[in-house]
Design a protein around this ligand. Sequence first.
Ligand SMILES: [Zn+2]
Length: 250
Amino acid sequence: MMTTSIKESLAILAALQRIDTQRASIEKFLSGVSERVDSLGRQLVSFEAQVDDGLRHLEDLRKQYRRDESELKTIESSVLKSEQKLHAVKTNKEYQSTLKEIDDLKLKASIVQDQMLTALEAIEAAEKQVAVLKADLVDMQKEIEENQASIRAEADSHRSVFDALDERRHTVWASLDAKMQKIYNRALQQGHGVAVAAVVDGVCQVCRMNLPPQAYIELMRMNSLEMCPVCQRLIYPAAMIDPTEIIEDD
Ligand SMILES: [Zn+2]
């Protein structure tokens, strides 16, 4: 009977669409996987750079401290020399100028010593900061690796669902005759990747438009294949066709 045949065809077409919709959503998910994994990797790299910055800053502070330290030694040995000179001076003028020299040197030394104290505090703070950053980095590394692994595992499970859908599609596709396959492919093009639309209460579920009453009546009769007059997709009455039957029963 014609009605049965159209109904059967509609069920197969709807099932095919259901499979293709699932495949498309898995493909979309899979196409985003490497970007998600990479983006996590980039987060890690940028945090590593932050830790490196902290280490560089610490190293700069330590270098500055060592420079001050050696400057202080130089000043102190100059002070010693000047003090020795003090014993050997012949004139009062020379004596006074040497004393002044020693005072100047000592003042300079105390400035450098202050600088070194400040540097020590800064080094201590930077060491603490670097230690915190390093600990955070270890945590972050672990978390990111776990996230990446779970994204990859999710992708793998999606891939196996996809493979199963592909196989199922092959079977469902083969149950359509060549003419129907052509019709489906044409509707797929017209519908920009979605060939078949369910109609619920007279509303096309893809373009959301109301079917004209006459078209809806025709659709419910299932005497012929109907297209949505708005989006040009193949339509079927959702109340009468269950695409999952085809998919699950085969
Ligand atoms: Zn439509």
